[in-house]
Design a protein around this ligand. Structure first.
Ligand code: FES
Ligand SMILES: [Fe+2]
Length: 452
């Protein structure tokens, strides 16, 4: 039973989070009701649905959804559930269709979600069924932002760009890179199940730069990369930085100045002269765009948009981006959807390298990084749900109370970066993530220590 009056589940002031938010079935049901329908959720990238009739199926929290490009070229999204007696009307992951016919009694819907076909309409309903009343429920608020389609069910939620907040700046410049033609999918979506709660993964991808050298240490030891993942120099004045943004977004691995560009150039030299030319030319274009940003940002390494849409990759000339949709499938189960994307203008060598890196090293099910992470997520979930373990909250106290007063901050090259910019090792993003989650759940975030 949920008793939110007893103790807060999230204690922001002391950096504590109760373990049961990662396993309690009642809390899980509550977050499906109170969190997901009130947020802007990622649905699709328009490059996945180029032609009229193209569709894909996804989910918004617990609800299956169809995203489809109509005959008029418009993208729409509907609940994937028949209005007659609830059967799923589209059984496929993706494809092209002019209608979606229910396999139970045969009602069918067009790509605009209208009920168009009713078997035995005269004999069964005397033609009195008002079809206009029984279309597929449409996602009421949609926003196509630079090719990324998001949806929201809540009239009271802020507009998408307001919801993005300071993250918009990083999105425009690094995640979407519309100034370099925008992005396209080169690999995916791939899907795999992780026996862990979705929030464990979301907070990791948004703001956990602390785990990389340990969890993924074997990858670096195998010499799969030339450096030690940037850990030779834990906090350079040019980065990496972690950035917390309202209401609960985060990104990290942010580099400014020349350091990441020079590293990119070294990688480009190993990839071929056309990649070197491209890297230099892209850099000049970026410089023109950020002429008025004193710190001269170059790349962003990872991040996430609350609640469950995340990304990684260096967002640089030689690297694409990996996007993740963390689909909740129960308090102890998450289905991870992964896409590899590159900037449209990237040379072939960059596209091929990024398309293949996921299966070898990255976040596809066969990649080093995904397997390293998933093992931890599974064990964290399993060893935290016991009745005794639940008495001991998780520790999110890193850099607690230092926000805006970080050690060495005076030397950082961060002038012009929006959001609350912090050091590589910190947990401000996580404290904000769980604080906002708790607010949406209607639980207090102060007045005692988070515990069982
Ligand atoms: S449940 Fe779809 S037609 Fe009956
Ligand atoms: Fe990781």
């Amino acid at each position: 039973m949920i008793d939110s009056r007893a103790r807060p589940l999230v204690d922001r002031e002391h950096g504590l989070v109760a373990r049961r938010i990662f396993s309690d079935p009642a809390l899980y049901e509550q977050e499906l009701d109170r969190v997901f329908p009130r947020c802007w959720l990622f649905l699709a990238h328009e490059s996945m649905l180029p032609r009229p009739g193209d569709f894909l199926t996804t989910a918004m929290g617990s609800d299956p959804v169809i995203v489809v490009r109509g005959k008029d070229g418009e993208l729409r999204a509907f609940l994937n559930t028949c209005r007659h007696r609830g059967n799923r009307v589209c059984l496929f992951d993706q494809g092209n269709a002019s209608t979606f016919a229910c396999s139970y009694h045969g009602w069918s819907y067009n790509t605009e979600g209208e009920l168009t076909g009713v078997p035995f309409a005269r004999e069964a309903y005397y033609e009195r069924l008002d079809r206009s009343e029984w279309g597929l429920p449409a996602v009421p608020r949609l926003r196509n932002y630079a090719g990324y389609l998001f949806g929201c069910w809540d009239d009271a939620a802020p507009d998408f760009e307001e919801y993005l907040g300071d993250l918009k700046w990083y999105w425009d410049l690094f995640m979407c890179a519309t100034w370099n033609g925008g992005l396209e999918v080169v690999n995916g979506p791939h899907r795999y199940m992780v026996p862990g709660n979705w929030k464990i993964m979301a907070e990791n991808l948004m703001g956990d730069h602390y785990h990389t050298s340990v969890t993924h240490g074997s990858f670096f030891k195998l010499g799969q990369v030339q450096n030690r993942g940037g850990y030779e120099d834990v906090q350079n004045p040019n980065g990496p930085f972690e950035v917390a943004m309202r209401p609960a977004h985060g990104c990290g691995g942010v580099y400014t100045g020349q350091v990441a560009f020079e590293r990119d150039l070294q990688i480009a030299e190993r990839m071929g002269p056309d990649v070197v030319d491209y890297t230099r030319e892209r850099y000049q274009r970026l410089q023109r765009l950020i002429a008025d940003v004193p710190c001269q940002p170059y790349s962003v390494g990872h991040g996430g948009m609350f609640p469950n849409f995340c990304w990684s990759g260096n967002s640089s000339a030689t690297s694409g981006r990996t996007f993740y949709l963390l689909q909740p499938k129960g308090p102890l189960q998450t289905e991870v959807w992964v896409w590899y994307m590159v900037e449209q203008g990237a040379p072939r060598a960059v596209r091929e390298a990024h398309a293949s890196v996921g299966g070898r090293a990255g976040q596809l099910a066969s990649g080093f990084f995904a397997q390293d992470d998933a093992e931890n997520f599974e064990r964290v979930t399993e060893s935290s749900r016991g009745v005794l373990a639940r008495r001991f909250p998780f520790n999110y106290q890193m850099q607690l109370g230092r926000e805006g007063d970080w050690e060495g901050q005076a030397d950082w090259n961060i002038s012009g970066l929006p959001g609350q910019v912090g050091p590589r090792f910190g947990e401000s993003i996580q404290r904000q993530f769980f604080g906002y989650w708790s607010e949406m759940m209607g639980h207090p975030t102060e007045g005692g220590s988070a515990c069982e």
